[in-house]
Design a protein around this ligand. Structure first.
Ligand code: AMP
Length: 426
């Protein structure tokens, strides 16, 4: 696989070979300088090459694959037939699919590009109606895309461009079978690209089957831009969790907070109690409809809701910057989920705080999490005697060093091991 030269440092979009209409849209949106992933990916994509991109959210990867697709569609105008699409972009979550659609519409402003979003949780009927006229670009999640393909309300047999975005997350979410089925229905003559934040063996294998002699572009995560998450744990009886949460939220420093519960019922209960305490709160979980989820996320993004209570599944794909605190009201059943949960804070180079509540039934889960992290989470407050005595018990905060004498909250906690991969599975 040829390594694409990272010396491509064209400092303008025009220099990358993009047409006037796209340059206008870029200027209108104040995108003046291409990001490194854009500078490295756009020229080979415009030249018709397949591409393997290793880059994270925030790198500008969306425009890196959307701009060449728009260029191609504009350069070879052709009306797609009913239910057909000329390009297919797959994303792991509904929220990400909507974000890509928004980016595509923004960049295609001024042209007559037709995008159709095909995601679960939204009206299937409307999506089929939209497909009746055909689409230039379909942006979707694997399950619903496959569903519409099965009923012949979406045909990708003539798709000229294919993008698999956040491939590592796709695999984490168990979409591999859907992806294989979708790829099998694509025409052999096409341009494909795959983007992933990490490159575990399964993703490499998927890429090998999907891409034809691809150019590889890798954007290293910038040093010093690792998430800085200050973690702590509080031992609290189940019956005391709600009161502790309400107490913590009296502090205005808890500006934008995600509270994780294990169950949908738990999420509703916590949200109701907070609402009763006069806190602006919303809940998202599997029982909420897609419009309800979108509204909750919008309110949380804009600050109309200060607290979002969520279950793990519902939280996948939440990419809200400025989350000041993540509170694990319940510890997750799977230790890996802890890492995903706390990764909701400290995004885009910001710092964040993660607080875990641990009751008597959750102590073994806490140990598993600490084993996964390869370190103890600093404790704030009392450590129960029966926990303290265990050989693998976390050291009390005052023994951990690092200055201060009030417990772990003021201390920089260890960065979880494997955090590079953390966002990939979030
Ligand atoms: P992405 O990694 O695609 O999710 O993009 C991250 C953010 O960067 C988005 O908010 C984009 O609107 C923004 N962005 C992408 N490319 C550029 C650019 N060349 N100049 C300025 N902002 C950009």
């Amino acid at each position: 696989m040829p390594e694409h030269s990272s010396l491509v440092t064209s400092s303008t979009f025009a220099g990358l070979g993009l047409p006037e209409i796209l340059l206008h849209a870029l200027t209108a949106h104040k995108f003046t300088v291409p990001t490194p992933i854009q500078a490295d990916s756009i020229p080979p994509l415009l030249a018709g090459k397949d591409l393997l991109g290793i880059a994270q959210t925030g790198s500008g990867k969306t425009a890196a694959f959307v701009l060449p697709i728009l260029h191609h569609l504009l350069a070879t105008p052709r009306r797609p037939g009913p239910f057909q699409t000329r390009a297919l972009i797959l994303a792991p979550t509904r929220e990400l699919a909507l974000q890509i659609d928004e980016a595509a519409r923004t960049l295609a402003a001024g042209s007559r590009m037709r995008t159709v979003v095909i995601i679960g949780g939204a009206s299937r009927y409307k999506q089929c109606e939209n497909m009746r006229r055909g689409a230039d670009i379909v942006i979707g999640t694997p399950g619903r895309v496959r569903d519409l393909m099965n009923t012949r309300e979406l045909s990708i047999a003539t798709a000229e461009r294919f993008v698999l975005d956040e491939a590592d997350r796709m695999l984490d979410l168990g979409f591999i079978r859907d992806i294989r089925a979708i790829v099998a229905a694509l025409p052999t003559r096409r341009q494909s690209c795959l983007f992933s934040a990490t490159m575990p063996a399964e993703v490499a294998q998927l890429a090998a089957g999907l891409l034809n002699d691809p150019v590889r572009v890798e954007i290293a995560r910038e040093e010093g831009k690792e998430p800085k998450i200050e973690q702590s744990v509080r031992f609290v009886p189940t019956s005391g969790k709600q009161a502790l949460l309400t107490e913590l939220l009296k502090d205005p420093a808890f500006e934008r907070v995600i509270v994780f519960t294990r169950t949908k019922h738990g999420a509703n209960k916590v949200a109701e109690k907070l609402e009763g305490a006069g806190i602006q709160v919303d809940a998202i979980h599997g029982n909420k409809s897609q419009p309800q989820r979108e509204r909750a996320l919008r309110d949380f993004r804009t600050g109309r809701a200060r607290v979002l209570v969520a279950t793990d599944i519902a939280a996948r794909g939440i990419d809200v910057t400025g989350v000041s605190h993540v509170i694990n009201f319940d510890l997750p059943a799977e230790p890996e989920s802890y890492v995903h949960r706390i990764g909701r804070t400290a995004r885009a180079g910001a710092e964040g705080v993660a607080i875990a509540f641990c009751d008597a039934t959750e102590r073994s889960t806490l140990r598993q999490i600490e084993r996964l992290l390869g370190d103890k989470i600093p404790v704030v407050g009392e450590i129960p005697a029966d926990f303290q005595g265990r050989p693998d018990a976390p050291k009390p905060a005052w023994k951990r060093g690092g200055g201060g004498n009030t417990g772990g909250q003021n201390r920089r906690s260890p960065r979880p091991q494997g955090q590079r991969g953390m966002r990939s599975a979030a």
